[in-house]
Design a protein around this ligand. Sequence first.
Ligand code: PDD
Length: 292
Amino acid sequence: MSTVYLNGAFLPIEQACVSVMDRGFLFGDGVYEVIPAYGGRLFRFPHHLQRLQNSLDGIRLGNPCDDAQWQSILTELLERNRERAGNHNDQSVYLQVTRGSAPKRDHSFPERVTPTVFAMSTPMTDPDPEIEAHGVAAVTLDDIRWQMCNIKAITLLPNVLLRQRATEQSSAEAILVKDGLVIEGSASNVFVIKDGRIQTPPNGPLMLPGITRDLVLELAGQHDLPCSENDVPETALRDADEIWITSSTREIVPVTRLDARPVGNGLPGPVWKAMIGYYRSYKEAVRNGSAS
Ligand code: PDD
């Protein structure tokens, strides 16, 4: 049985209860993070903590824990769920902070707020060999979300609806387009590769600054792969040699079919093969404690 953390206590998931007056439940008034941990070690943890702080600042909610407290809560959570996680002990942590519950439903912030702090972990499975060999399908859809997508808000209804439309078209992801520009996926960032150059949209209010995305850019720099952050027109997707989507739970996934047409030659490309190798080496370094 999985153990979760809720407001200062570790308890079996079945016993973890939140008030129906919680503003996360009533308004989606909260933020979250998803952090992979390899061999029990949290991956890019300072980056995730910084993004959590930025999200909390974005919704004007104080951080209920300092960095050391987060570290100790999440490390204990991983430890308590270690047996469920299999040999490699790879888990992904979901943490959520909401503005807490107030006696009355009122859109304005309540006077005295005690945030609700929740964290759970899920065993991570090894990457799917079928996806590594053949890639995945994606569809393009209009981005119907709000103007503050840099906040990792729990309010994910548009993302849910967009992903569901992709699923119904047998696709693994919806690539979102706004005013003719590629923004990101419903739960991932997007890279386009053309003539060996790796391109991704620049960070800004319309997209989440992905931790995996930043690592991909860092690794490209370290290994002298040409890369840039620039506006990516939708037309560049149609003309791409390779398209990738990135996220903490999916790593770097080659998109080999877009809107039912092949991307490049329809197979995972050479730049992806190089990058996934660098990424996996980095991951191993985290697992054995020589990187974080
Ligand atoms: N989502 N963009 C969106 C909208 C996302 O939801 C995510 C990740 C990303 C990638 O960010 P990162 O590399 O930091 O995981 C980009 C997580 C995994 C989720 O909601 O489950």
